[in-house]
Every structure is written in structure tokens, then in C-alpha cells.
Design a protein around this ligand. Sequence first.
Ligand code: GUN
Ligand code: ZN
Length: 435
Amino acid sequence: MNAYRAALLYFKPDGTAIYDADGLLVTTPNAQGIQEVLAIGPWPALKAGFAHVPVQHLLGRLIAPGFVDMHIHFPQVDVIGSPAEGLLPWLENYTFVQEARFDNEAHAREVADFFLDELQRHGVSTALVFGSSHTASVNALMDAGQTRGLRLIAGKCLMDRHAPDGVRDQTEQSLLDTEALIQRWHGKGRLGCAITPRFVPSCSDAQLAGAGELAARYPEVWVQSHVSENKDEIAWVQDLHPQARSYLAVYEQFGLLRPRSVYAHCIHLDDTDRQLLRETGAAAAVCPTSNLFLGSGFFDYAAADRAGHLYGLASDVGGGTSFSPFHTMLAAYVVGREGHTKTGLSLSPQQLWFQHTAGAARALGLQGLVGNLLPGCEADFVVLNPAATPLLARRSSAAQTLDELLFSLIVLGDDRAVEQCVLAGRQLSLPTIAD
Ligand code: GUN
Ligand code: ZN
């Protein structure tokens, strides 16, 4: 059993934040040997019940759930910060060029290690990841993920048309490879697989139909793709599928909307599309740093809430500009302000934090398992130092309310504030911090 005394942030099942300024988190191994949360709450209330457990005192630190990144591209580490007029030239001029390098296994292994180090350094303990179209690169990522103990969900990118040599795959083989990856990795430790059609323009009807068949055959496996990110992309889909009611409806037609389907962006949807997400249980991955960087547009939070469909936050590296959940939450706040001018609603820091932890976990169908620290959740958590930089120390120490404290971290925080990212309770390497 492990016990940590620190300030604690976690969420009620309805999404309301709970904050214990002086709290105790107790973890214990479950039947699979993974540390999970046994108890959490105020130190004065819990300390007597756990008097027999040695407590690690982390004075001045905040323990919060490990962050959940709903959409990120492993082979795009070297694409971050590549400027382009918009999505389609960005894909053509930078992204496909970098992704083509992942047919080289040594390169894939080197980047996999770097990528997973970055996720953990930034406090991300669960991620839904796009691989390249090369099976070996996904194997490299899964291998590395298994060693580290992240909750990693990944898939080989399906793209059998409108893509250059080096990244374009073969329809039949791509589906066989996807199934082989599922059989090799899905459910192994903390790993999961995702059926990963890149987006409608890069997938033939036969490939989308095959992906839909796999999605029906493996309901526990995730589906991930992109939708309605950019106006030129949408016009292209209209040309390719003139009979479809909308871009999103193409995925529906091929059986790719269901619980555990995650669609990045969802910017230019209409309300019928949003209802379709809600009815099918599919989720949106909101990628604000990417949408701002590529000039794609603004996710409509008010419309998503009206429809009541699932959504959560994501970095979308390398269209996104940062691995940092703090940067993503800040960008989401800015994007939410766009809607604020129309609706009078603005995102609170607690909502932003929820969207990148328990809310994202719920959107992935992993509620009660990750993204939160209620009893029974796997013990993935970050130890944050609200005094990590002089300015952050100054602002956070002046905070009078939880919102003010969380806002200081969202606006001023980055990887320097993440002292530890503990995966399934693997012991802290942090010394006890006492005064
Ligand atoms: N649409 C199709 N592929 C991609 C990608 O790699 N990144 C983003 N942001 N959008 C896409
Ligand atoms: Zn993406």
C-alpha cells in the first residue's frame, strides 16, 4: 500500500471538481498487480484509518489525475511547428514526408522512446495515438509503451489513396495488418488498439468498408479518424461522396460511428451531425492548439453541449503545437471565448481540467478506470508544483479560490510544473517534501 499526503484534485462522477487542500491518497495493488486508488479524501478524516501505512508527505504539491490526450500522432514529432496555409498543404509538404520515414524500424523505435518520454514528462498517462501506415512502427510504439506502463491506445493509419508512395498502403493488406495488430496488442497489459482510417479523402470505399467490418467485429477496439477540420477538406469529401448528407455521414455509412469511435476536430459540423455523434455514442477530440495553428476554426462548445455528445481535449501533435496539457487547456479557453461572444458561456478552469482528465476518459469509454482518482481508478497521477517558476509561484500563492489556483496553472504552467507523472502507482522517485 502507498499513501501520499498533498493537496488533491479529482472529480465526482458528475464532473464536479473536488479539492482537498490537505488530502490523503492511498493506493493498493489490484488483482492484476496494478496499483489502484483505495481511498482519497481530507487528511484529517482519513489519517486514523491508515495510521499503519507509511505516508509520503508532499508539502506544497498538488496531486491530480494523469492527463488523457484523446488524439495525438506519434510520427509527427518532427512536424510540430511546420507552417502552412492550411491542412491540405501541411499534410502534403511536411506530414507525409516525415511519416514516410517510419518504414525504417530503427527510426520508429528512436521516435517512440522520445514520444513516450515527452508524454510522461508532460503528465499524460493515457493517450489515443495515430501511428504511421507502417505496421512495424506501431509495433515499436506498443513495445515501448508496454515497458513504461502508459495506458496507450494506438493503430496503424489506413490510407490507400490520395497519398504519396512511401505512406500509401494496400487495401487488403492494410486491413489484415490492422487485425493482426489487434490480436497481438489489444488488451495486453494497459495497451489497446484503434482501427485508424486517416480521413475520408485518404481511404477508398473498400478500405472504409473493411474498417467498418472490423469495428463491428471488435466492439472493444477503438476507432479513430478526423472529420470536418478544414473547409477545403470538406469540399473534397463532398466531391468524393456527392450523395452523402455530410462528411460525418460518410463514416456512419461505413459503420464507423459507435461508442469508442473518436473523431478529431469536429469543427464545421451542423446540429444533425452533432445529434449523430450523440445517438451513436461517438466522441469528438477537441484539438485547440492545432486548430489555431493551422487556422482550421473554432470548436463550438455551446453546440456540443446542446447536442449532449461526448468530447474531450487533445494535443493533435504535430498539427498541435505542444505536448503540454496546460497549453491545450489554455488554447481551449481561448477557443471557448470565441463562443462566449455568441452565447455568454465561458469555460471554467474546472471544466477545462475535467475535459483533459475524467471527461476525456469518459469519452474514450474508460470512466472509472483512468482520468480520475476515485476509489477503483488506476493510480495514474501527476504531482504538480504550483511554485515551479517564479511567476507561477507568485500567481498561485495569491490564489483565493480553486478556480484561481487552477487558472494560474493553466495559464502559466508547462512541463516544469509536472514534478512526477506516476503510472499505475509505480513508485514515486520524489523525496518526501516537508518543511
Ligand atoms: N487529417 C488527415 N490527416 C491529418 C493529420 O495528420 N493531422 C490533422 N490535423 N488532420 C488530418
Ligand atoms: Zn490528427
